[in-house]
Design a protein around this ligand. Structure first.
Ligand code: GRF
Length: 219
């Protein structure tokens, strides 16, 4: 059984999906730790209810980004993760941290990257008049929200969408499906990062995989 660590800052809906798919055996792993940078992150309760060990490392307690990341790396190393999933973890990580976990470090971002890295992605998609919006799972590189994309899927933007309705649809129809799938591939050894390119089942990807690649249990 592989070991998964999850880093969160907030409500932890993506964490919840990872927990469910680990419990169902679709992801061949056990979540060995959930670490939050805020003690009030609701995802901590989801983890505790599932019997998962939690840690809070409040970034404000550390004098620098480097010191925080060193503490985070030490906490992760203690959990011996085969993969680390950033799931709504709202901290930019230092190059040293990223290098240490490179190839095992995934993020989910609520946009069709390379569109809209950073914050307020739903508002930006609406303001731009986009007809489609979605989310992307990518390997984490030093480039914020810019690491090699693995899996991406879209929903149609509806004329009456608000930021909230669009965010909710992207979460339910895209994020909660594509993240567990990508984590499962990584932990099964079907996915790798080589020379900053995504290798999926021994083939270098020229573009991210799409919704059609989802296995039935992740749809
Ligand atoms: C998600 O939209 C994720 O893509 C983004 O932050 C949000 C976290 O939501 N990075 P949750 O904590 O998983 O509910």
């Amino acid at each position: 059984m592989k070991r998964l660590a999850v880093l969160i800052s907030g409500s932890g809906r993506n964490l919840g999906a990872l927990i469910r798919h680990c419990e169902a055996g679709h992801i061949p792993a056990r979540i060995t730790t959930v670490i939050a940078n805020r003690g009030d992150a609701y995802g901590l309760q989801r983890a505790r209810q599932a019997g998962i060990a939690t840690r809070v490392l409040a970034h404000g307690d550390y004098p620098s980004r480097e010191a925080f990341d060193a503490a985070l790396a030490a906490a992760l190393d203690a959990a011996e993760p085969d993969a680390v999933a950033l799931a709504g973890f709202m901290r930019i990580l230092t190059p040293g941290f990223i290098a240490r976990f490179s190839g095992r470090l995934l993020n989910i971002h609520p946009s069709l990257l390379p569109k809209y890295p950073g914050l307020q992605t739903h508002r930006r998609a609406l303001e731009a008049g986009d007809t489609e919006h979605g989310a992307t799972v990518h390997f984490v590189s030093e480039d914020v929200d810019g690491g090699p994309a693995i899996l991406q899927s879209a929903v149609r933007v509806q004329p009456d969408d608000t930021e909230e309705s669009l965010a909710d649809r992207v979460m339910q129809e895209v994020e909660l499906k594509i993240y567990p799938q990508a984590v499962a591939w990584l932990l099964r050894g079907e996915l790798a990062l080589r020379r900053n390119r995504v290798v999926f089942r021994d083939r270098v990807l020229d573009a991210p995989l799409g919704a059609e690649a989802l296995e039935p249990c992740f749809r």
